[in-house]
Design a protein around this ligand. Structure first.
Ligand SMILES: Nc1ncnc2c1ncn2[C@@H]1O[C@H](COP(=O)(O)OP(=O)(O)OP(=O)(O)O)[C@@H](O)[C@H]1O
Length: 193
């Protein structure tokens, strides 16, 4: 997992980068294992239904992380970044997310004009790069991005096979998409359809 650059974070146990959690786990390794376990167990359940809007996106985050964090499904309140990239400042998240999900709705949730895998992948890469730049949550963004992408694909008539993700190239493509180059991410997504 790529760790965050975060400003002083009240969500962490003092003097650590370990997020306060419902089980009181104080080490990062143990917390990641616990997150993974809970995520897997919630994946077995039916996902929250919704309109593929931002409210739905947050409900999905809540579903997967409700066993671990009190703030599951809530937008973050501190500035975060990864590598050299800082994500949307928290005070702008609601507005940016509303704009993005309005555009997604205008594009009929990527079901319009996406008659080929390539066309769908182009639109999906656009959406993923934008939602990643917003990065609504303190943790769990990558996993929720992938769950939601799978839902968008299914809604557009495609089966996205997440097990086929190649973590290294996919991460490189995500980072490139942050700087506006969505080509490699488009290729990665097309390869999953
Ligand atoms: N340097 C970077 N610039 C932009 N995006 C990045 C960078 N490094 C990682 N990302 C993206 O951030 C997301 C991960 O965010 P976060 O750590 O909140 O999610 P996670 O689900 O907890 O972790 P992971 O996706 O690693 O399992 C992924 O989509 C990843 O591609």
């Amino acid at each position: 997992m790529v760790r965050y650059n975060a400003t002083e974070d009240p969500l962490c146990y003092p003097g650590t980068q370990v997020l306060r959690n419902k089980s009181g786990i104080r080490t990062q390794d143990e917390l990641e294992q616990f997150e993974q376990l809970m995520f897997g167990s919630r994946a077995e359940e039916e996902l929250p239904s919704g309109k593929l809007d931002f409210e739905h996106y947050c409900a999905i985050h809540h579903h997967f992380f409700q066993d671990v964090y009190d703030w599951a499904g809530e937008i973050r309140t501190i500035r975060t970044g990864k590598g050299n990239n800082w994500f949307c400042y928290p005070e702008h998240i609601n507005r940016q997310a509303s704009d993005l999900f309005a555009q997604l709705a205008d594009k009929k949730h990527l079901t319009a004009d996406t008659g080929t895998k390539r066309k769908f992948a182009v639109e999906a890469a656009w959406f993923l790069s934008e939602v990643n730049a917003i990065h609504p949550f303190r943790e769990g963004n990558g996993r929720i991005q992938m769950v939601f992408l799978t839902m968008l694909a299914r809604n557009a008539g495609y089966d996205l096979i997440e097990e086929m993700v190649k973590p290294g190239p996919f991460l490189t493509a995500m980072i490139l998409s942050f700087t506006g180059d969505c080509g490699p991410l488009t290729d990665q997504i097309e390869g999953l359809l």
